[in-house]
Ligand binder design. Structure first.
Ligand code: SF4
Length: 354
């Protein structure tokens, strides 16, 4: 790449970023802990969704020590609804590693950062550039798409090499964030606004409407469509939740009983199986609504049903790891995102009855 092209791209991007950067709560700080938490939350999650979670998390766990000492259920509870819970577990585990191996200081070294739980090339690059001012690229989906288009690069190694060459030595954090912001606001996946773009005169894909981004995402995801009925079992103002196993998908979270419906299995058979051992009898399920959700590679359609215990049932907790809880106390528990959505339908249903 020509040095003059480099410097023109850097200059235009940095100038544009100075005047147009998004106003986000983590933008005002170079505190490595704040950068780490925000960058982790932003993976796979929209900025607007992240903001309230970030603010709550930072006020409850303001530093590495507090996070390292926190019991996992408390961390998961604050994460409840944000999805991809492995991120929260890794944050806590990495905080413990930082306390144990680095005296509580987030390391400034790429290899040491990469050795921490949950920190990949992107997060390490974001931390080093934004918090410590070191010239490491941080290539997220937005930066990958912008660079792929501007330079018409089609391979990951070539993209990485170009990013390392291109990054600003004096303002690496601003440069990385400028690429991310440009990809999020102007050079978007489907409708790039080349006329408003600060590097349009330098871009190899300029004004090619819908020019395909060769590197917008690493690989196309294939989804499996599933039907996953959920049961809100109610008794005397409380509902029944169960806790998932402490390993595997959504480990340790509380959820409504339900499962993937197999083949011709009936709803009654599914709920009967899910509540096996409960020795409870219910009214006929009343459908309250439905939600759409995605977990890993599953696209889930989840109809939500209300079941009341019939008079003769003894509402004892069926098995270890289950509990009755009043809806107003749900914030005590870390619940899965699907459960949060289903309970919002339940709450609307209750309000409409009043
Ligand atoms: S000129 Fe168009 S394609 Fe090129 S970086 Fe800007 S918005 Fe993207």
């Amino acid at each position: 790449m020509l040095p003059t092209l480099h410097s023109a791209i850097r200059r235009n991007l940095l100038r544009w970023y100075k005047n147009n950067k998004r106003d986000l709560p983590w933008r005002g700080t170079r505190d490595p802990y704040a950068v780490w938490i925000s960058e982790t939350m932003l993976q796979q999650t929209q900025v607007n969704t992240v903001i309230p979670y970030y603010e709550k998390f930072m006020s409850r766990f303001p530093g590495v020590d507090e996070l390292a000492r926190a019991p996992l259920p408390k961390v998961l509870r604050l994460w409840s609804g944000l999805g991809y819970y492995r991120r929260a577990e890794n944050l806590r585990q990495a905080a413990q590693q930082i306390v144990r191996l680095h005296d509580g200081e987030i390391p400034r070294d790429f290899a040491q950062l990469r050795a921490l739980a949950g920190i990949g090339d992107y997060t390490a690059g974001a931390l080093l550039s934004i918090a410590f001012g070191k010239p490491y690229p941080a290539i997220d989906g937005n930066a990958r798409r912008v660079l792929g288009r501007v330079l018409r690069i089609t391979s990951e190694p070539a993209l990485r090499a170009a990013a390392e060459e291109l990054i600003s030595r004096s303002q690496p954090g601003e440069f990385n964030q400028a690429l991310m912001d440009l990809g999020a606001t102007i050079c978007t996946p489907k409708n790039q606004r080349c006329a408003d773009c600060p590097i349009n005169s330098l871009c190899a894909s300029r004004s090619r409407p819908h020019a395909p981004s060769t590197l917008g995402s690493r690989r196309p995801l294939t989804f499996k469509n599933v039907v996953w009925p959920l049961a809100i079992v109610r008794h005397r103002g409380k509902i029944l939740l169960r806790r998932r196993a402490t390993n595997g998908l959504l480990a340790g979270l509380w959820e409504l009983p339900g499962n993937e419906l197999n083949g011709k299995q009936s709803l009654a058979a599914l709920f009967g199986n899910e509540l096996k051992g409960a020795q409870l009898s219910f009214t006929r399920p009343e459908k309250l609504g439905e939600i759409r959700h995605a977990i890993t590679h599953r696209r889930i359609w989840a109809p939500v049903y209300l079941l009341d215990l019939t008079g003769n049932s003894r509402a004892r907790v069926p098995l270890a790891g289950w509990r009755w809880i009043a809806p107003e106390n749900l914030q005590e528990l870390a619940t899965s995102s699907m459960t949060v959505k289903a309970l919002a339908i339940f709450s609307n249903h209750e309000k409409n009855l009043r």
